[in-house]
Write a protein that binds this ligand. Structure first.
Ligand code: NDP
Length: 450
């Protein structure tokens, strides 16, 4: 980056850090975008004059509230919850809810900011938001999770609606939690509307929504490989996580002929040299989704390696899909992976790779799909769920899958259009940031000073 642009990035980031003290995850997400956008904006003064980037890094509003509930022993428990309504320039706010003890305002601001650009990239009319609570679902009974969801919705219902803000799931919020949250909303609001996505098929959900993020990440990976005349089949893949995104990424990778050798949770990872084939994946799904067990049990059952307290990045592979959480893959991991011959990395999770790790991949010409492009499949099918709810129809699995594949292909094309360098190498980070920015920025320009 030219010296004057570097100085502009630093000045922009210094002002942002001063306005948002201590919010390190939010700073990190904005820096990655600012590094792509500031050189682009330098040649487009209309955006600078209208202070578009400043506006896009300041949430429209943040709602913070207390959630009081009772555990099974009758003890009163208190948690903090948030809804960060980041930007609705191109559609109603849209983004998931996260239940995890490490949830903070900074994490939700980074996620809401990323979501705004991601939703724009899909081409669907969706603004960006994120929410959640510092509630830890681990070890809680089903009745406790239900009481927590109902208590949270007593406040949240005032702030959401099909034309205002449409939440979905994220870490710790799956089909069960969406059922409890949507059920509570129905009682409070007395309106059956498409106010949530990720609903079960029985009450307005879309076919393929659970699979969409993981499948979408693999569709994006396939596009990146195809653009450099390569393919998924025959490659070894390393995946982190064993939640919604990871399980469906493993499923699609296997279907496309890759051998997936790892999965993880917050306690450690399994290394299965035989590969997590269809039969083993069915066992793992049952373990994680129905029995809510730990991946260590997979290692015990199938007699493979288990590495407690470790992450899977030292396992040699050509394809890597971090699908657990933010900052789970650092620069040392990235260097090791480059040394081991990694060919492509697609972020199933949001910001799983640190900034330095991303720079290492890019500097070594590794195909790198950032989360806002690679994991956009989830929100894409959420957008399709909203359309189906509004039209009061339900598309078949095949129809939704065809639309998902087409949209992931379109996102890939947009990234190439804005990210290809003179030598033909595509910087997908730059491409996704610029392509996602354009639509929101043009809407803000049209609205005047709002
Ligand atoms: P789940 O709750 O279904 O699964 C999360 C997985 O990541 C679990 O295996 C969990 O392990 C592991 N994990 C969570 N926190 C940590 C941590 N601090 N360290 C190590 N492992 C951790 O969530 P999802 O699969 O839905 O989400 C995963 C990622 O994908 C997140 O970054 C999310 O924002 C992103 N994403 C999700 C979308 C969706 O549609 N669900 C859409 C787009 C992005 P454990 O069981 O031990 O907690």
């Amino acid at each position: 980056m030219a010296a004057n642009n570097k100085a502009r990035v630093e000045a922009f980031m210094a002002r942002l850090a001063w306005r948002n003290p201590g919010e390190t995850e939010f700073h990190q997400a904005v820096r990655e975008v600012a590094e792509s956008l500031i050189p682009f904006l330098a040649e487009r003064p209309q955006y600078e004059t209208a202070r578009v980037l400043e506006r896009m890094t300041e949430p429209d509003r943040i709602i913070t509230f207390r959630v009081t509930w009772q555990d099974d022993a009758g003890q009163v428990r208190v948690n903090r919850a948030w809804r960060v309504q980041f930007n609705n320039a191109i559609g109603p706010y849209k983004g998931g809810l996260r239940f995890h003890p490490a949830t903070t305002q900074s994490v939700l601001k980074f996620l809401g900011f990323e979501q705004t650009l991601k939703n724009s990239l899909t081409g669907l009319p969706m603004g960006g938001a994120k929410g959640g609570a510092n509630f830890n679902p681990r070890g809680k009974s089903e009745a406790e999770v239900m009481r927590f969801c109902q208590a949270m919705m007593r406040e949240l219902h005032r702030h959401i609606g099909p034309d205002t803000d449409v939440p979905a799931g994220d870490i710790g919020v799956g089909a069960r939690e969406i059922g409890f949250l949507f059920g509570a909303y129905l009682r409070l609001a007395n309106r059956f509307t498409g106010v949530f996505t990720g609903k079960a098929l029985a009450f307005g959900g879309s076919a393929l929504r659970p699979e969409a993020t993981g499948y979408g990440a693999v569709y994006f990976l396939r596009e990146m490989l195809a653009a450099s005349r390569d393919e998924v089949a025959g490659k070894t893949a390393v995946v982190s996580g064993s939640g919604n995104v990871a399980l469906h990424a493993i499923e699609k990778l296997t279907e496309f002929g890759a051998k997936v050798v790892t999965a993880s949770d917050s306690d450690g990872f399994i290394h299965d040299a035989h590969g997590i084939d269809t039969e083993r994946l069915a066992w793992l799904k049952d373990l994680k989704q129905a029995r809510r067990g730990r991946v260590a049990e997979y290692a015990e059952h199938f007699g493979c390696e288990y590495h407690e307290g470790a992450r899977p990045w030292a396992v040699p592979c050509q394809l890597a899909l971090p699908c657990a959480t933010e900052n789970e893959l650092d620069d040392a991991d990235a260097r090791g992976m480059v040394g081991n011959g990694v060919r492509a990395v697609a972020e199933g999770a949001n910001m799983p790779c640190t900034g330095d790790a991303v720079r290492t991949f890019t500097a070594n010409r590794i195909l790198f799909g950032p989360g806002k492009a690679a994991n956009a499949g989830g929100v894409t099918v959420s957008g399709l769920e909203q359309s189906q709810n509004a039209l009061r129809i339900a598309w078949s699995r095949e129809e939704v899958d065809a639309r998902l594949q087409r949209i992931m292909g379109d996102i890939h094309e947009k990234c190439c259009a804005d990210g290809a360098g003179a030598d033909g190498f595509v910087d997908y980070v730059r491409g996704a940031n610029i392509a996602g920015f354009r639509k929101v920025a043009d809407a803000l320009l049209a609205y005047g000073a709002v």
